[in-house]
Design a protein around this ligand. Structure first.
Ligand SMILES: Nc1nc2c(ncn2[C@@H]2O[C@H](COP(=O)(O)OP(=O)(O)OP(=O)(O)O)[C@@H](O)[C@H]2O)c(=O)[nH]1
Ligand SMILES: [Mg+2]
Length: 471
C-alpha cells in the first residue's frame, strides 16, 4: 500500500491534454485541497470561505495570486469521500493558455501542493476503495480506447462485470479451502468435511470459468490493439490492391510483376466501430530467391497469428488452380480459432461478376464455416460484402461476454488455471489435504491479484506509472 506520507500530500496536475486549448482543467486533491484553492479563489469579489463550500457545485470567479488577477475561472469542489480520489478535491477550469496552466501549477505548488505522479489520482482512488485494481486499469483502457468495441470492453470492466465474476470464483475457492483446512484441525479423528465428489464438481466448474476468461484474452487483446486480419494468397492475386482499397490510399506497391510485395505491411483501420489490423503479405509461391523466401516465411507466420485470414483468389486464372489454392489455404488455418474469408478477386473481368465461380467454389469446398465472396479490389467492388463478412466473423458472436484485455490479468489467470489443474490431479490421486490446500491458496492468490485484493507496492507502482499525469 501507499505510504501515509504520500497520502497526506495534496497533489495537483493538469488533467486535460497538454498544450493550448479552449479551456484546461487543473486537478487538486488531498487534505489541504480546499484551503489551498479557496485562498486563491475569489467568488463574487470575496475569497472563498471553506465553510461556505457546497460540494459538486461549480463556482464562477477569479484566481488571484498575491493581489494579481491570474484568470477568470470555474471551480468545482468535491468533498471527501464523494470525489474521484475519495479525498477533498477541486477542479479548476482555466482558459487554456499554456502560460496560465503553468502559472497556476506554480502558484498551487508555492501554496503547499505537490505535482502529482503519473496515475496518482487513480492510485489514491484505489487506495480509498473507490474501485478495485481491475476497474482502475479499465480507466486507462477507456482513455486509450480507439474504437467502439474497445470502448465497450473497457466500460464493461469499469462497471465491475469482470471483478464480480472473479470475486464469485474466489469466494467459492475460499470456501472450499476452509472446509478442507478444517479437516486438518481434526486430522486425528479422520473426518471429511468436504465431500470429495462435490469438491471435484465445483473445481471443474471454476476451472472451466477461469479457462474461459484466460482464453478470452486472445480476442480481448485483438479488440484493443486491432483484430489481426492477414491478407494472403498466391502472387498477383491483388492483395496489395485490396489493402490500398481498404485504406483509401496507395500504401502498398501494386504491379503486375509476380512477387512485388516482399515484406509484410500493416495498417489499422476502424470499420463500423471495430479496429482491424490489416496485414498485406508476400505472395505465396515456390521460389529460390532468398529474400522472397524470407518474405513468404513471414506470410505463414502472419497466417498463424491472425484472427481472420483473407485468402485472395484470382478469378482470371483457371478454376482448378483456384480450387487447389483455396484448399491449400484451408490447410493453413485453424478453423476452430480462426476465420477464413476467401475472396475471389478481379471479378470485374467476368461477365457475371463471378457468380458462377462463387457457386462452384462453395459447392466444392462444402464447408459452411468458410465464407466466400466476390470482389474487385481494383474497382472497389464488393467491399461492403467484405465489411459485412468481417463483422459477422466468429469472434464477435458474443459481444457482451467478459473479455480479458490486460496482459497482467491474463498471466494471473494462466497461473490460477495451472494451480487449479494441479489441485484437480491431486484430488484424483488422494494426495494429503495440506498439500492440496497450498495449491488452492496459490489459485486464490492469483485471482485476488487481478482485483488488487493482494498487491505489493511494486506492482501498484508499475501499474499506475503507465497512466498519464493528471489521471
Ligand atoms: N482487373 C483487375 N485487376 C486487378 C484487381 N486487383 C488487382 N489487380 C491487378 O493485379 C495485379 C497484381 O496486383 P497486386 O495488388 O500487386 O497483387 P499482389 O497479390 O499484392 O501481388 P504480390 O505482391 O506480387 O504477391 C496488378 O496489375 C493489379 O492492378 C482487380 O480487382 N481487377
Ligand atoms: Mg503485393
Amino acid at each position: 500500500m501507499q505510504s501515509n506520507i504520500l497520502n497526506n500530500d495534496t497533489i495537483c496536475a493538469i488533467a486535460t491534454p497538454h498544450g493550448m486549448g479552449a479551456i484546461a482543467t487543473v486537478r487538486v486533491s488531498g487534505a489541504k485541497a480546499f484551503p489551498i484553492v479557496a485562498a486563491l479563489f475569489q467568488h463574487r469579489g470575496n475569497f472563498m470561505e471553506i465553510s461556505e463550500v457546497v460540494s459538486h457545485k461549480a463556482y464562477h470567479g477569479h484566481l488571484i495570486n498575491k493581489g494579481e488577477l491570474l484568470d477568470e475561472v470555474l471551480v468545482t469542489f468535491f468533498k471527501a469521500p464523494h470525489s474521484f480520489t475519495g479525498e477533498d478535491s477541486a477542479e479548476i477550469s482555466v482558459h487554456g493558455s499554456v502560460f496560465v496552466q503553468q502559472k497556476l501549477l506554480q502558484v498551487l505548488i508555492a501554496n503547499g501542493c505537490r505535482m502529482a505522479e503519473a496515475g496518482e489520482f487513480t492510485r489514491r482512488a484505489f487506495v480509498n476503495k473507490k474501485f478495485d485494481l481491475a476497474q482502475a486499469e479499465a480507466i486507462a483502457d477507456l482513455i486509450g480506447s480507439e474504437s467502439e468495441a474497445a470502448h465497450r470492453v473497457a466500460i464493461n470492466q469499469l462497471r465491475g462485470g469482470f471483478s464480480k465474476e472473479l470475486q464469485v470464483l474466489r469466494s467459492k475457492l475460499l470456501e472450499m479451502t476452509s472446509l478442507m483446512e478444517l479437516e486438518l484441525d481434526f486430522s486425528e479423528e479422520d473426518v471429511e468435511f468436504a465431500d470429495r465428489s462435490q469438491l471435484k464438481a465445483l473445481l471443474q466448474e471454476i476451472l472451466a470459468k477461469v479457462n474461459r476468461l484466460r482464453d478470452s484474452f486472445h480476442l480481448g487483446n485483438a479488440i484493443r490493439n486491432g483484430i489481426p486480419v492477414a491478407i494472403v494468397g498466391q502472387t498477383n492475386t491483388g492483395k496489395s490492391t485490396l489493402l490500398n482499397a481498404l485504406l483509401g490510399e496507395d500504401r502498398a506497391i501494386v504491379s503486375d510483376i509476380a512477387g512485388t510485395t516482399r515484406d509484410t505491411i500493416e495498417e489499422t483501420l476502424n470499420i463500423n466501430g471495430i479496429l482491424y489490423r490489416f496485414i498485406d503479405t508476400a505472395g505465396l509461391r515456390e521460389t529460390d530467391e532468398t529474400i522472397e523466401k524470407i518474405g513468404i516465411e513471414r506470410s505463414y507466420k502472419k497466417i498463424r497469428e491472425a484472427t481472420i485470414v483473407i485468402g485472395m483468389l484470382d478469378a482470371t486464372i483457371d478454376y482448378k488452380s483456384m480450387l487447389s489454392s483455396s484448399i491449400e489455404m484451408l490447410g493453413k488455418v485453424d478453423l476452430e480459432h480462426q476465420q477464413l474469408i476467401l475472396c475471389i478477386n478481379k471479378v470485374d473481368t467476368l461477365d457475371d461478376h463471378g457468380e458462377a465461380l462463387l457457386g462452384q467454389l462453395r459447392q466444392d469446398l462444402d464447408n459452411e464455416e468458410i465464407m466466400v465472396i466476390c470482389l474487385s479490389a481494383k474497382h472497389k467492388f464488393g467491399l461492403n460484402d467484405l465489411y459485412n463478412t468481417l463483422k459477422h466473423s466468429q469472434p464477435f458472436a458474443h459481444p457482451d461476454a467478459t473479455l480479458v484485455t490486460n496482459v497482467r490479468h491474463y498471466e494471473a489467470l494462466l497461473h490460477a488455471s495451472e494451480s487449479l489443474s494441479q489441485v484437480q490431479q491431486q484430488l484424483e490421486m488422494n494426495i494429503p489435504i495440506d498439500l492440496i490446500s497450498q495449491d488452492l491458496r496459490q489459485a486464490i492468490y492469483h485471482l485476488g491479484s487481478i482485483t488488487g485484493e493482494i498487491t505489493t507496492d511494486e506492482v501498484l507502482g508499475s501499474i499506475f506509472s503507465r497512466f498519464c499525469i493528471g489521471k
